[in-house]
Design a protein around this ligand. Structure first.
Ligand SMILES: Nc1ncnc2c1ncn2[C@@H]1O[C@H](COP(=O)(O)OP(=O)(O)O)[C@@H](O)[C@H]1O
Ligand SMILES: [Mg+2]
Length: 451
């Protein structure tokens, strides 16, 4: 008896300790079973309490009356599937007649309390089938990306979403992106994760970092071109516009449409070209975009106008030529001068880190979703790296990138240095770097400010 008590106390103590210090391990060991049982046992009563039941149908009432039985209970949506995941549970339910997906999404907060979960979100999978995703703990507190990731071409896993799923930056679906955030909110870490994710892919990386290159120059070995001042940035952007035009010529030459050409072989962008002639896609990363758009003198103003024009052209026409823009800044509104809002309207993928006021958040989400604006303003200061990511359907979700240190990103870039593609046009902007040391540097060594 005493041995049994000791064992029980020990197990409870271990569970408590895990839950406190390592919520992810707790979830995988104890949490998953307890939560699964809790959801199944409480399901009917919770649905009833949350107003997600419908009264019994007429024929059931009539049947009860005819057979002299008590009136049947209200009915909850039918459970189609309960699937445990690494971070929570996914419950798929079939709605009863008269219910809609909005009823469920309006009740998610009540469901969260009733099932004792950390977060609950819902979305409609198809007509009358709703998926309720629940997380067992705060997955954004210590971001751990799953080992199994989906690797499609030009699709980079960058962050974890609050419902435990992976947030991908998919360049082919959403070619251009805008990342906003106050200073020290995690923009550069997000961009660093993007670079680390893009490094192993067949893509040319171009960086414009007018903060004297402190963020991108350490990663120089994987970059095809880097600019650390507005003058070089202008030359670089104009070279890219010329490159874009060459790619369009190539696509034109490859089209050779005749009456017999099958529809699927007509090339309209680089991904339709045969692999042996397809030009490499180019991702242009711009950190602190305001440095390119602000000016003090007349000459600087001219330069600024040319830079913004080049950016607008790349944003408008770049997608089919495989040129993708990824712009980071603290604000991105009309106060940066003319054509900025035009450029912004082309940047579909919006991400907002913590911002200090609603107008800054409006620059990311004002034209997409008002709830997202509020959510971006409400990100707490001590949760750096948490961001709101929107999609073009008007939905949004809270995400956080893993805290990749500069040293880790440098090691990844050095490892894939041989993947820098051969682009003669960008050769003059190729950063000069010392040859690689034979052994990778230890992680603990402080990162150099510039390379
Ligand atoms: N995803 C994250 N997880 C944990 N800490 C983060 C994360 N992103 C940023 N931070 C912290 O915030 C600090 C500032 O981030 P940084 O990306 O340099 O901000 P910004 O570029 O917006 O000024 C980083 O040094 C890091 O300590
Ligand atoms: Mg920064």
């Amino acid at each position: 008896m005493t041995a049994f008590t000791v064992a029980v106390v020990l197990v409870v103590a271990v569970a408590g300790l895990l839950r406190w210090r390592r919520p992810a391990w707790y979830w995988l060991t104890f949490g998953i079973t307890l939560a699964g049982l809790r959801v199944l046992v409480r399901y009917a009563s919770v649905m009833d309490a949350c107003g997600l039941t419908v009264p019994p149908s007429r024929w059931r009432l009539a049947l009860a009356r005819m057979t002299n039985r008590p009136a049947p209970d209200p009915r909850a949506p039918r459970i189609l599937r309960l699937r445990p995941t690494r971070t929570g549970l996914v419950l798929r339910i079939k709605l009863r007649p008269g219910q809609d997906a909005f009823d469920v999404s309006a009740a998610t907060d009540r469901l969260r309390h009733s099932f004792g979960m950390y977060g609950v979100t819902s979305n409609e999978v198809r007509s009358s089938v709703v998926e309720i995703r629940m997380t067992g703990y705060d997955v954004l507190k210590r971001v751990q990306m799953p080992a199994q990731l989906d690797h499609a071409p030009m699709r980079v896993p960058v962050a974890l979403r609050e419902d435990g799923a992976v947030h991908y930056r998919d360049y082919r679906a959403v070619p251009h992106g805008l990342t906003l955030g106050a200073t020290e909110s995690g923009k550069s870490v997000y961009q660093r994760n993007l670079v680390a994710g893009l490094a192993p892919l067949d893509v040319a990386l171009v960086g414009i970092d007018c903060k004297q290159g402190v963020e991108l120059f350490p990663l120089a070995r994987r970059f095809s071109a880097l600019a650390d001042n507005p003058d070089t940035a202008l030359e670089l952007l104009e070279v890219l516009v010329a490159h874009m035009q060459e790619v369009y010529q190539l696509i034109r030459a490859q089209q050779r449409i005749s009456i017999t050409t099958p529809d699927e072989e007509i090339a309209a962008d680089i991904w339709d070209l045969p692999t042996d002639v397809r030009p490499v896609p180019v991702v242009v990363l711009v950190d602190e975009v305001a440095e390119l758009a602000l000016f003090a003198t007349k000459d600087e103003e001219k330069r600024r106008d040319r830079i913004v024009t080049a950016l607008v052209r790349l944003a408008q026409l770049g997608r089919a030529a495989g040129i993708y823009l990824e712009i980071c800044g603290q604000r991105f509104g009309a106060e940066l001068g003319k054509s900025i809002t035009m450029l912004r309207s082309q940047l579909t993928g919006r991400t907002a880190h913590r911002v200090n006021d609603e107008t800054s958040a409006n620059m990311a989400f004002g034209d997409i979703s008002p709830d997202a604006v509020l959510a971006a303003v409400q990100i707490p200061t001590d949760m750096r790296g948490v961001a709101i990511a929107g999609d073009s359907t008007g939905g949004w979700t809270r995400i956080r990138a893993p805290h990749t240190s500069l040293r880790q990103a440098v090691n990844i870039c050095n490892k894939h240095a041989d993947r820098v593609p051969d682009l003669p046009a960008l050769e003059p902007f190729r950063p000069a770097v010392a040859p690689l040391p034979s052994a990778p540097m230890p992680l603990a060594k402080p990162a150099p400010a510039t390379a």
